[in-house]
Design a protein around this ligand. Structure first.
Ligand SMILES: NC(=O)c1ccc[n+]([C@@H]2O[C@H](COP(=O)([O-])OP(=O)(O)OC[C@H]3O[C@@H](n4cnc5c(N)ncnc54)[C@H](O)[C@@H]3O)[C@@H](O)[C@H]2O)c1
Length: 399
């Protein structure tokens, strides 16, 4: 593989931008494609839209002349490797929605040249690469599938994880053919320490869904257990700590107001749909999804119990992003918590210095003067002593 190979990373978000910059560091010539022109301008002017990436990282990449970003492909570009990293969300009726991925794949098909490698990184149902992506590429390019290479490689990025990053997180790859798998492994191995080849596209697609479904099921289970612990007057965290002394066969998960972000509450539903279609439903996922979606309402009930009703009560919700120490509010369960409190008549303010402004409202300062504080997402920077003696409902576990 020559260092002159040209890479296109389609989608310059949480997954695609770090990947593009890692490939630049490995001396690949990279074009980032993103249909959001505001994001393109932002990155072009050296401003990072992603917390894990510093402005200086973008500036350095642009100055190296190895990275450029554009809202569309230039048909003159001779791209050797396409990496597709666009969102795969749920539709309004809570079903997998491949619309964005299909549109991005069509754009790739339009500029695809024989011999190129296309790697899908977006999370998808098992069978999607083989049955949906490849036919689109063939149709749009006029090529046959044996004239290009196709692989699937799930992304495992964990935003703001200080220990595991692109380089030291093992990467799975699978190819339609052994050649596609080999070439994908060669590419990723330039900037990732460990790359493991799976036996088929479907194994790699399903592995990603297993990883995230495992988290959803276990977090939902611990949330149910936390409700039970509250009922009998013990702190679920004390129980988890005690169980964690077992050196094998146990892994701790922690309670919360529910899971959020673009992956954990979404990806398992891709697996659930594929399983239903195959006539082998994975009922754990459906139950876990139900429990997860009910958590905000449960905490509205707890708040109401503490205050003897919520009408006219001043409630401060602390932390609105979906997990501690990030500003990402995608699929945050705190949105449902706030709207549930408001529907019950509470006067709700929120504090989150990382998110600052959201849904047309601004973060308020931490202080006293509230009837109740609900700790939803405990960022490290928070100084709860500023709340004085205001009663606190801790969604992360308390008696
Ligand atoms: N964020 C994570 O932590 C994470 C982790 C693992 C896997 N994933 C998966 O990776 C995929 C991408 O997720 P993300 O978090 O990077 O999403 P994102 O929303 O941060 O970024 C996606 C980008 O794609 C752009 N885009 C949309 N349509 C496009 C098109 N047709 N052509 C080019 N660009 C287009 C958007 O403007 C956006 O900038 C998803 O399938 C997700 O499930 C995400």
């Amino acid at each position: 593989m020559s260092s002159l190979e040209k890479i296109a990373v389609v989608g310059q978000g949480y997954v695609g931008l770090p990947l593009a910059l890692a490939a630049v560091d490995a001396k690949f010539n990279v074009v980032g494609i993103d249909t959001n022109s505001a994001k393109v301008e932002m990155i072009q002017s050296g401003i990072s839209p992603v917390e894990d990436i510093e402005n200086t990282d973008i500036g350095n990449a642009i100055r190296s002349k190895m990275y450029e970003i554009s809202s569309e492909f230039n048909s003159e570009d001779n791209i050797d490797i396409f990496l597709i990293c666009v969102p795969t969300p749920l539709s309004e009726n809570h079903q997998p929605d491949l619309g964005i991925l299909i549109s991005a794949t069509k754009n790739v098909g339009n500029v695809l040249k024989a011999g190129a490698l296309i790697i899908i990184e977006s999370t998808i149902q098992p069978g999607t690469t083989r049955n949906t992506i490849i036919p689109i590429l063939e149709k749009e390019s006029g090529l046959k599938s044996n004239q290009f290479l196709v692989a699937y490689s799930p992304e495992r990025i964990d935003p703001m994880n200080k220990k595991f990053n692109i380089k030291n997180t093992p990467k799975l790859v699978a190819g339609l053919t052994p050649e596609a798998a080999k070439k994908s492994k060669e590419f990723y191995s330039k900037f990732i320490d460990q790359v493991d080849i799976c036996d088929s596209l479907e194994v790699a697609e399903t592995a990603k869904l297993l990883e995230n479904s495992f988290r959803l099921v276990n977090i939902s289970f611990i949330n149910e257990l936390a409700m039970f612990c509250h009922k009998i007057g013990i702190d679920v965290n004390d129980v988890i700590k005690a169980a964690s002394t077992k050196p094998y066969g146990f892994m701790p998960f922690y309670p919360s107001v529910g899971v959020g972000g673009h992956c954990i509450p979404v990806d398992p539903l891709y697996l659930a749909e594929a399983a239903r279609e195959a006539g082998a439903p994975v009922r754990f996922i459906e139950l876990a999804d139900e429990i997860n979606l009910a958590m905000p309402t449960y905490f509205v009930g707890r708040a109401s119990e503490m205050l003897g009703g919520l009408k006219g009560k001043k409630v401060l919700v602390i932390g609105v992003s979906y997990k501690p120490n990030v500003a990402d509010i995608r699929e945050t369960p705190v949105e449902a918590l706030i709207s549930g409190l408001k529907k019950s008549g509470a006067v709700v303010s929120w504090h989150d210095d990382l998110v600052k402004s959201w849904n047309g409202e601004n973060s308020v300062a931490l202080g006293s003067g509230f009837d109740l504080v609900i700790l939803a997402t405990p960022h490290d920077y928070l100084d709860l002593s500023l709340l004085g003696s205001t009663p606190l409902l801790n969604t992360r576990g308390s008696k």
